[in-house]
Design a binder for this molecule. Structure first.
Ligand code: GDD
Ligand code: MN
Length: 374
């Protein structure tokens, strides 16, 4: 091997950095290094694992390998979660000409890296996407439900992605590093759709090549992407449809808020029907609290999943959330009243108030309840 000439380890700057976001993949990292090393042989590459402090000791495994193999590195992030953010951080730590992103669970066929590298070295190519081969209608290795989400997602992605690519949701691609360096400040760190985000964000049209491969079944560990993926994706689309002005999270917060209205009306109707003796005021108050609580739990599990509160911290979290939402109501009603008294339509006043309340709640809950860990 060229790196170990004459028994001395010669440091060769890598041409390719392969970024592997990992969360609870301890059993997979060793085999992955072996497979990638076998596939890429003498090319100058490095593997950068980005681990979000997995409880199963993934980072320790990677570092044990890195201790004897200088081609392997580990970035251990603490207090943060997310496939996109981890991938971006890994790519930005590279100084190679090309960077690739690849899953760490052996579902991505490492032999495709050779083909991707050959394609991206070609004149003018900016990006190579490894496209999941379809077996009939579905992508093999994805559950039925996930396949559906993936198909619908591809259809919707046409709204924000100008390039015509077969698999914008692929987690397996190789790109000139300068493309990522330019787009990075505009990329969303929440969520999982890193490639789709890159495609929707780059200013100049990219020269894209696609190469098919068979998505393998997972052998060890489990998928971290679930039904929440669809919810996440909706936020992503709205974010891009508004010209990236409105953050993804605000839309998620708004969707949860809208669900709260449904919960509220449901509880109100139920209490009025089943406990008529309580009267309207009590029914309305209970509906308000139940809706607030459901909004709190949904925001904790979905909107702020990467910063979610667990255990006892949920108690002060909910109290602060309820308190700041109450202040939001005052702002909402106050503004709506002013606008209405100025002679505006009832719905204009109502909408302006509701929107103000939503923005207020969004800002305060981000600052007070789901604070970014430092
Ligand atoms: N650092 C980090 N932080 N890594 C993560 C996180 C996280 O929060 N969540 C997931 N990963 C890692 C996993 O450990 C794995 O290496 C890779 O990201 C993909 O995660 P999976 O949970 O295995 O995803 P999947 O197989 O269900 O989804 C596949 O299809 C998606 C689109 O439909 C993947 O190929 C995704 O990359 C792809 O976007
Ligand atoms: Mn997977």
């Amino acid at each position: 091997m060229s790196m170990h000439q004459g028994g001395e380890k010669m440091a060769i700057a890598p041409e390719l950095s392969i970024i592997v976001p990992v969360f609870n993949e301890a059993a997979n990292v060793g085999p992955l290094v072996t497979l990638v090393a076998a596939a890429l042989e003498d090319d100058a590459w490095e593997l950068i694992f980005v681990d979000d402090n997995s409880p199963d000791g993934t980072a320790d495994r990677v570092k044990a390998i890195a201790a004897t193999d200088p081609r392997v590195r580990c970035i251990r992030r603490v207090g943060r979660r997310g496939l996109s953010g981890a991938s971006i951080e890994g790519m930005l730590s590279s100084s190679a000409r090309y960077v690739a992103v690849m899953d760490g669970d052996l579902q991505h066929d490492e032999r495709v890296l050779v083909r991707m590298l050959a394609l991206i070295r070609g004149q003018g190519t900016d990006l190579v996407i490894a496209t999941r081969e379809r077996d009939g209608n579905a992508i093999t290795g994805l559950s039925g439900q996930r396949s559906l989400v993936s198909d619908f997602g591809r259809f919707l992605s046409r709204l924000v992605i100008k390039a015509d690519v077969k698999d914008p949701m692929s987690g397996f691609f190789m790109v000139r590093r300068e493309v990522v360096e330019a787009a990075a400040p505009k990329l969303a760190t929440e969520g999982f759709k890193i490639l789709a985000d890159l495609l929707a964000t780059t200013d100049r049209p990219l020269v894209i090549r696609e190469t098919p491969y068979v998505f393998r079944e997972r052998q060890h560990g489990e998928s971290k992407l679930d039904a929440r993926v669809a919810f996440d994706y909706l936020g992503f689309l709205l974010h891009h449809l508004t010209g990236r002005l409105v953050p993804v999270r605000f839309f998620l917060f708004g969707l949860v808020g809208a669900s709260g209205v449904v919960v509220h009306l449901g509880v109100l109707k139920t209490v009025l029907a089943m406990l008529p003796a309580f009267g309207f005021d009590i029914a309305q108050t209970s509906a308000t609290f139940v809706a607030m609580f459901s909004n709190f739990l949904l925001n904790n599990g979905l909107t702020y999943r990467d910063r979610r509160l667990v255990g006892w911290s949920l108690v002060p979290g909910f109290l602060i959330f309820a308190l700041s939402c109450s202040v939001g109501v005052i702002a909402n009603v106050g503004l709506a009243r002013i606008i209405f008294s100025e002679g505006q339509q009832w719905w204009v006043a109502g909408l302006a108030g509701a929107l103000t309340g939503a923005v207020f709640n969004y800002v305060t809950s981000g600052l007070l309840v789901w604070r970014k860990k430092s």
